[in-house]
Design a protein. Structure first.
Length: 154
């Protein structure tokens, strides 16, 4: 039993090391494509956001409202790739989940004697649940980013 537990612990440690990201290498930036949204955090904690243009061994270039700009490698603390907005996807998922849940709850809770049975109750529940799910899905935050480069603190 102890050997099995030791084996599971060793297996767990090795798999957790694979989950860690290697985001400290400047060469990671070569995988960026022109036109992708990025955010640069400078050493003085100033944040710049814009559209990636190019990268060299000494600097990264991007375009923002002020035009094309570059930040030297030694001035960069972190670079993040902005994920696309998923508001429509979240809204549609919320609508589907809400409609299904509402239909099931109303059909299960509605009395068969009364307004028209479980079929009509399911339709009413789907409408109410779908509307509620649409609203919740639309307001779920959709922003996010992936860290591509980070200066390791020593």
């Amino acid at each position: 039993m102890r050997r099995l537990l030791l084996f599971i612990c060793i297996l767990g440690l090795s798999s957790s090391s694979f989950a860690q990201t290697k985001d400290t290498s400047w060469s990671n930036l070569s995988g960026l494509k022109a036109g992708q949204e990025i955010q640069i955090v400078e050493a003085n904690s100033k944040k710049d956001s814009g559209v990636f243009v190019s990268v060299s061994d000494s600097a990264i270039s991007f375009t923002d409202a002020l035009g094309e700009r570059s930040v030297l490698k030694q001035d960069v603390r972190q670079i993040k790739l902005r994920k696309p907005n998923h508001r429509l996807r979240n809204t549609l998922i919320g609508t589907g989940v809400g409609a299904g849940t509402g239909a099931a709850l109303f059909a299960g809770a509605w009395s068969t004697s009364g307004w028209g049975g479980t079929g009509r109750a399911g339709v009413v529940g789907a409408g109410i649940g779908g509307l509620t799910g649409t609203i919740i899905g639309a307001v779920i935050p959709t922003h996010g980013s992936i860290t591509v480069y980070r200066v390791s603190r020593k």
